[in-house]
Design a protein around this ligand. Structure first.
Ligand code: IPM
Ligand code: MN
Length: 357
């Protein structure tokens, strides 16, 4: 098969972790006889530096011409504490999601046996956790207008907007995933306060009626935040709006032991995109200490979701598990007393595992 992808390293640790995921992708293509072709593009602060635009037209054209996008992270310290910056790296990511029509962000949260001790939660709470958060990605507070400041600068506003169509398509997707899993959907909202949440609940109830085999549970977001650390294994598929999903998946990621482990797939109208859920961690850029596993696991999702190549994805997961069992881990997940490995060394170990398989 021809695997034709766009590679967008982005900022901070993006280039280092993408390099490892790309090496792994190449190794898998060699192993299974696929032809890999890729082109690199700019997004984020590096794109602003080069072109003034955090998501240049050229990058968009590249994504549209590719079968999948492998993406690192965006963000830069020069912008984080600068409220006056006119363009921000994050706008590149948001523009990319919007222009590619990536309305669904799929974030699986699973536990790794060898890492259970790393979780801030007790073993008996964490064990058996395996759920999927489906986060709406192109609506809500992130994109609603108006957004801005009053003339005197003393009032600021964001707007949360959702249409019936936007809610329908994402909730349907959640039910379709639940059909292939343990047949339970948790709809997370704040319907006791927000009008948009009441629309979500209304629409979700209509869709739930079309899936009688599936158990539906409605949960307020504050309660969901609590339940997530109290009883994470009670979730199967969770579906929620953009901002709630952003927050809950960061919370979900530490259940597994590290933010550095969670991959994601963003799917929708045009080319799908695969990215780790963690950010650009600019403080670690170039230090060879970032965990590449979330990005490598995102590449596994790419094989499975964009190309239907399940064996290829499975081999990557097996290699990642093996690396952790062999204690070839970056500092964030390395066991106490053991020497941590670098980003590159973890990537190389996984490539070798695949080659020797
Ligand atoms: C994420 C990130 C982004 C988001 C930022 C970088 C805009 O936190 O992918 O979760 O909030 O969506
Ligand atoms: Mn986030």
């Amino acid at each position: 098969m021809n695997i034709n992808i766009a590679v967008l390293p982005g900022d901070g640790i993006g280039p280092e972790i993408i390099e490892q995921a790309l090496k792994v992708t190449e190794a898998v293509c060699n192993k299974f006889g696929h032809t890999l072709s890729y082109r690199k593009g700019l997004v984020g602060a590096c794109a602003i530096d080069a072109t003034g635009n955090p998501y240049p037209d050229e990058t968009h054209a590249l994504c549209m011409e590719s079968d999948a996008v492998l993406f690192g992270a965006v963000g830069d310290l020069r912008y984080d504490n600068n409220p006056n910056a006119k363009v921000r790296p994050e706008q590149g990511l948001l523009a990319m999601r919007k222009k590619l029509g990536l309305y669904a962000n799929i974030r699986p949260v699973t536990t790794f046996k060898s890492l259970i001790e790393k979780s801030p939660l007790r073993r008996d709470i964490v064990e058996g956790t395996d759920f999927m958060c489906i986060r709406e990605l192109t609506g809500g507070l992130y994109f609603g207008r108006p957004q801005g400041r009053s003339e005197d600068g003393n009032t600021a506003y964001d707007t949360c907007v959702y249409t019936r169509e936007e809610v329908e398509r994402i909730v349907k997707l959640a039910y379709e995933y639940a059909m292939k899993r343990r047949k339970k959907v948790t709809v997370v909202d704040k319907a006791n306060v927000l009008a948009t949440s009441r629309l979500w609940r209304e629409v979700a109830k209509e869709i739930a009626a079309q899936y009688p085999q599936i158990e539906t549970e409605f949960m307020f977001v504050d309660n969901a935040a609590m339940r997530l650390i109290q009883w994470p294994s009670s979730f199967d598929v969770m579906v929620t709006e953009n901002m709630f999903g952003d927050i809950l998946t960061d919370e979900g990621s530490v259940i597994t032991g590290s933010l550095g482990l969670l991959p994601s797939a963003s799917v929708g109208v045009h080319t799908s995109l695969f990215e780790p859920i963690h950010g650009s961690w600019p403080q670690a850029a170039g230090k060879n200490i970032a965990n590449p596993l979330a990005t490598i696991l995102s590449a596994a999702m790419m094989f499975e979701y964009s190309f239907g190549l399940m064996e290829e994805g499975r081999l990557i997961r097996e290699a990642v598990d093996a690396s952790m069992d062999a204690n070839i881990c970056t500092a964030d997940i390395q066991s106490q007393g053991a020497e941590p490995y670098g980003t590159k060394e973890v990537g190389e170990w996984i490539v070798n595992y695949i080659n020797n398989k």
